[in-house]
Design a protein around this ligand. Structure first.
Ligand code: ADP
Length: 460
């Protein structure tokens, strides 16, 4: 063991292994773009699934009437009603409610889960104020269903569940049409509502953001996990069977699956081996909120084992997987005090250690290294999408503003991550093209997007 004031070889090597200099970052962006093309050519052609969303008609702003959104993707589900007033009035009224799902329903039967959702939806509708929300005579209520689990979409309003994730394991659902399950439950519970659109979270964000700003071409989620969707020209999608291939459609890239030429360290490898999907989603494991704290924890653990980072012992808490979370890294990097007091208190609260100033500085460096790599790699992904769009539309080249709509708490709450991402964007695109790109934080527009897609795909 060397003492803590001497050089720390673990940290030095880690920083070196995480480096993403511009030429290398460009290679990553190109590799992502290659896998996008491969995925558009044939099913399973590349690491990115490039799923056809069947969303061809994007909201125009003229939508009118009462529509609903249901978002199911974690331990809570959200319902929203939206009264649309057309081009001028836009969103006349909207209400939403979040309902937590009892754990036993996450591992029960599909009748139980969807029955519960239908009942809650029915009481949400029953509470509606007739003055604010108005269903036109002769119309049934229509719903945009955001279902954030792996789905094989078969049309705008049908899709089969590939597998449950995130702690869900509802029996008898895999391979079934999730829209039919919800429609049946609503009918059983006497609710006059039907699903008009099945949408992915990113697609909802893109559609919702585009309603307010028509220059939106990309929707990115950076939260616990990550994904990106974008507007693609149908004529450049070889795997699209339909012969009438003019116009645009939204592609759900599932970019978290990208797994080539990434700057992996021993800590990434070890975390991956212990994960539920080893060898997969390596990009997601470097850029999304679920993993960044865990990478830092693993680095700090090895620093403790090789130097007296926090004194002669390895803190017990540091050996607990996922003890350190991305929120903690964010707090650590916020600290502007000379003696890094906040860093000290986070380390005390989470790891139960009294860290010297030298140790606190090192912890900040580890966090910064992980966040810098994550932010820059996320930037490279966005550049891959923008360059693909540019190649087929030349919009930025002709001076047209192009907007990336962003949602997710990692992007929203981590300023350093945002800055590193923006730096990467400018480095790779160049100042001129980058000046036409705006990254806009669009919070919670995915529900509005889903309701709008129900409107665009209304049967009435
Ligand atoms: P979702 O789970 O649907 O992605 P969010 O967009 O709220 O939901 O993202 C939550 C994730 O964002 C957390 O898992 C965490 O990684 C990250 N996060 C939450 N709060 C913060 C914060 N204050 N600073 C940095 N990251 C945060």
């Amino acid at each position: 063991r060397s003492n803590s004031t001497s050089l720390c070889p673990v940290l030095t090597k880690f920083q070196k292994d995480c480096a993403t200099p511009t030429p290398y970052l460009r290679e990553v962006a190109n590799a992502i773009a290659d896998d996008m093309r491969a995925g558009l050519a044939v099913e399973g052609g590349g690491d990115l699934d490039m799923i056809l969303s069947y969303v061809d008609a994007l909201p125009s702003g003229n939508e009118e009437g009462l529509f609903y959104a249901l978002d199911l993707g974690g331990t809570n589900f959200r319902v929203r009603s939206v009264q649309l007033g057309g081009e001028k009035e836009r969103v006349v009224a909207t209400e939403s409610e979040q309902i937590s799902i009892p754990h036993k329903l996450m591992i029960g039967t599909s009748e139980e889960l969807f029955g519960f959702i239908a009942t809650k939806l029915a009481s949400f509708v029953a509470k509606e104020k007739p003055g604010r929300f108005r269903l036109e005579q002769g119309k049934e209520r229509e719903l945009g269903f955001t279902f954030s689990f792996p789905v094989k979409q078969t049309s705008i309003d049908s899709g089969t569940l590939i597998k449950w994730t995130k702690g869900f394991n509802v029996s008898g659902m895999e391979g079934k049409n999730v829209v039919a399950c919800l429609n049946e439950a609503m009918a059983v519970h006497g609710l006059d509502m039907r699903v008009s659109a099945l949408v992915n979270d990113g697609v909802g964000t893109l559609a919702g953001a585009k309603y307010w700003d028509e220059d939106v071409m990309v929707g990115v989620i950076l939260g616990t996990g990550t994904n990106a969707c974008y507007v693609e020209q149908k004529r450049v999608i070889p795997k699209l069977q339909s012969k009438s291939s003019s116009g645009t459609t939204i592609i759900n890239t599932e970019w978290g699956g990208f797994s080539k030429i990434l700057p992996r360290t021993i800590f990434d490898r070890e975390m991956d081996e212990k994960s539920l999907n080893p060898g997969e989603h390596l990009y997601e494991k470097m850029i999304s909120g679920m993993y960044l704290g865990e990478i830092v924890r693993r680095v700090l653990l090895q620093m403790c084992e090789t130097t007296d980072l926090f004194g002669p012992f390895v803190p017990v808490k540091l050996s607990t997987p996922f003890a350190l979370r991305t929120e903690h890294l964010c707090k650590i990097q916020e600290d502007k005090t000379d003696d890094l007091q906040i860093v000290g208190s986070v380390l005390y609260d989470i790891l139960e250690v009294e860290a010297s100033l030298e140790a606190r500085r090192r912890v900040v460096e580890v966090c910064d290294t992980v966040i810098k790599r994550g932010g820059r790699l996320a930037g490279a992904g966005i550049v891959a999408l923008l360059q693909k769009i540019e190649k087929d539309t030349k919009r930025m080249g002709s001076g047209k503003r192009t907007v990336v709509a962003m949602d997710g708490a990692l992007y929203e709450k981590y300023p350093q991550y945002r800055e590193y991402m923006q730096d990467a964007l400018v480095e790779l695109l160049g100042h001129k093209l980058a000046s036409y790109v705006a990254i806009k934080h669009t919070k919670d527009v995915s529900g509005l997007g889903a309701a709008l897609l129900a409107a665009t795909n209304s049967i009435y």
